[in-house]
Design a protein around this ligand. Structure first.
Ligand code: GDP
Length: 419
C-alpha cells in the first residue's frame, strides 16, 4: 500500500537560508557597484588641476570598480558543495542519486567511479558534461550514455568531470547544491592531491560507510588528512546498506549500538570535529540508499513508494534518510553562508568605507575652497563699499567746489558787465 511520507521539499527547506542570503548579498553588491561606479565617474570628470583629489585617491576608487565587478561574478556562481567519500561499492553513487531523486550517476558493478564527478544544475534544460581534458560539451540523455562517456575518458583519478543536469526533478540542484562523487578511497594513492583539488572548498563531507562492516582504517585516515587541512570540517557518516540488517533482526540493535559507539568515538575523540557525543550522534545515520532511490523513482512515476519486495524496517530507514537530509541541509546552508559570504561582506564594507573616505575628503576640500572664496568675495565687497562712500564724499565736495566756482564766475561776469 501507498505510504504517505511527505517528501522533504514539502516543508520549507533549510537550504533556503543560503538561497535567501545569496540573493540578499547579490542585491547589496548591486548597490555597492552602483555607488562605487557613480563615485568613480564623478571623480573622473573633475578638472585635472582642481587639487581636490590626489592621484592615489583616484586610483583607490578606480581599483574598487574592478574589484566589485570580480566579486559580483564570484557571488553569482557561489554554491553549496558536498563531497562524498567511502570505499568502492559502499553506495556513494546510489546515495547521491537518492538525494537527487533520479538515477543520474551510474552505479553498480562495472561502473566504478574512477574520477571525480560533480553534479550541478544546468542553466538550460539540457543535460551535458564537460570533462577537464577538453572544453567540449558532451550531451548526455541517459545514465547509460553518461556511463559510456565516463568510461571512454582517459582521466586520472584526481580529474573532475562536471555533469550539468536539469533541475525539474532535483530540488537540491535548484537550490544551488553541488554534489561530488569520488573514486573509492581504498584504491587511490593520490589522497593529498584529492584534498587540494576537491576538498578545500567543500562545505560538507559525507562518509558513506558500509553498515555490514566497521569503519576501516583507510576511511579514517582519509578524514584525518582532511581535518589536518581544514579546521573542523562538517562530517556526516552514513552507514549504508542497513537493509541487510533486516535479515538478522536478533542482532540489529546490538550492531547498531556498536557502530554508533565507534563512529561517535571517531568523530569526537579521534577526528575532534564534534564537541560532544550528543552532537556527534546527530551526524550518524543508518540508511539504505538503494531503497530510498527506488521509493523515490516509484513516487515520481505515481506508483506506491514501496512497490516490489519490501524489507522489514523500510519505513524506519526511509525516515532516517529524510532525517539525514534535513540535518545535512541545515548544516550545509549555514556553513556555506558563513564560509562563502563572510569574507565578501567584510570586503564589501571595506570597499564602501574607502570610497566614502575619498568622497568625504573631496567634500571637505571643496567646502574649504568655497569658504576661502567667499571670504575673498566679502573683502572685495567691503573694498567696493569703501570706494563708493569715498566717491560719494568726493562727489559732495566737488559739488560744493563747482557751486562756489560758478558763483565766483557769475560774480566776476556781472561785475565785468557793470564795469
Ligand atoms: P559506489 O562505488 O560507492 O559509488 O557504490 P554504488 O552506488 O555504485 O553501489 C554499489 C552497489 O551497491 C550497487 O549495485 C548498488 O545497487 C548497491 N547498493 C547501494 N546502496 C545499497 C543499499 O543501501 N543496500 C543494498 N542492498 N545495496 C546497495
Amino acid at each position: 500500500n501507498s505510504l504517505s511520507i511527505s517528501p522533504t521539499t514539502a516543508i520549507q527547506s533549510p537550504l533556503q537560508i543560503f538561497v535567501r542570503a545569496k540573493k540578499r548579498i547579490n542585491d547589496i553588491y548591486g548597490e555597492v557597484e552602483q555607488y562605487v561606479n557613480d563615485s568613480c565617474k564623478f571623480l573622473l570628470v573633475l578638472p585635472h588641476d582642481s587639487d581636490l583629489i590626489t592621484k592615489e585617491e583616484l586610483l583607490v576608487v578606480n581599483s574598487h570598480v574592478e574589484k566589485v565587478k570580480g566579486i559580483r561574478e564570484v557571488l553569482l556562481r557561489d554554491h553549496m558543495k558536498v563531497a562524498f567519500f567511502g570505499r568502492t561499492s559502499n553506495g556513494k553513487s546510489t546515495v547521491i542519486n537518492s538525494m537527487l531523486r533520479e538515477r543520474i550517476l551510474p552505479s553498480g558493478i562495472g561502473h566504478t567511479t574512477n574520477c571525480f564527478i560533480q553534479v550541478e544544475k544546468s542553466e538550460n534544460d539540457e543535460s551535458y558534461l564537460i570533462s577537464e581534458d577538453s572544453a567540449e560539451r558532451k550531451n548526455v540523455k541517459s545514465v547509460s550514455q553518461l556511463a559510456h562517456s565516463l568510461c571512454t575518458g582517459s582521466l586520472g583519478d584526481s580529474a573532475l568531470v562536471r555533469v550539468y543536469w536539469p533541475t525539474d526533478k532535483c530540488p537540491l540542484l535548484r537550490d544551488d547544491v553541488v554534489l561530488v562523487d569520488s573514486p573509492g578511497i581504498d584504491v587511490s594513492p593520490n589522497l593529498d592531491s584529492w584534498i587540494d583539488r576537491h576538498c578545500l572548498d567543500a562545505d560538507v563531507f559525507v562518509l558513506v560507510a558500509n553498515s555490514e562492516s566497521t569503519l576501516m582504517l583507510t576511511e579514517k585516515n582519509f578524514f584525518f588528512k582532511v581535518s589536518a587541512r581544514l579546521s573542523k570540517p562538517n562530517v556526516f557518516v552514513l552507514n549504508n546498506r542497513w537493509d541487510a540488517s533486516a535479515s538478522e533482526p536478533e542482532f540489529l540493535e546490538e550492531v547498531r549500538r556498536q557502530h554508533l559507539l565507534r563512529t561517535v568515538d571517531f568523530l569526537v575523540d579521534e577526528l575532534k570535529v564534534c564537541g560532544t557525543r550528543t552532537e556527534a550522534e546527530q551526524r550518524v545515520f543508518f540508511v539504505s540508499a538503494k531503497e530510498v532511490l527506488q521509493a523515490r523513482i516509484n513516487e515520481f512515476k505515481g506508483l506506491p513508494m514501496n512497490t516490489g519486495i519490501v524489507t522489514d524496517g523500510f519505513h524506519g530507514r526511509y525516515f532516517e534518510f529524510q532525517d539525514f537530509e534535513r540535518k545535512f541541509e541545515e548544516c550545509i546552508s549555514k556553513s556555506a553562508v558563513r564560509t562563502k559570504f563572510d569574507q565578501h561582506t567584510k570586503r564589501g564594507k571595506a570597499i564602501v568605507g574607502d570610497t566614502r573616505n575619498v568622497m568625504e575628503m573631496l567634500l571637505e576640500r571643496a567646502s574649504a575652497k568655497r569658504a576661502t572664496k567667499s571670504q575673498n568675495r566679502r573683502e572685495v565687497l567691503d573694498h567696493l563699499d569703501f570706494t563708493e562712500k569715498q566717491l560719494q564724499l568726493v562727489t559732495v565736495e566737488m559739488k560744493d567746489k563747482i557751486c562756489k566756482m560758478v558763483e565766483e564766475v557769475e560774480h566776476k561776469v556781472s561785475k565785468a558787465l557793470n564795469d
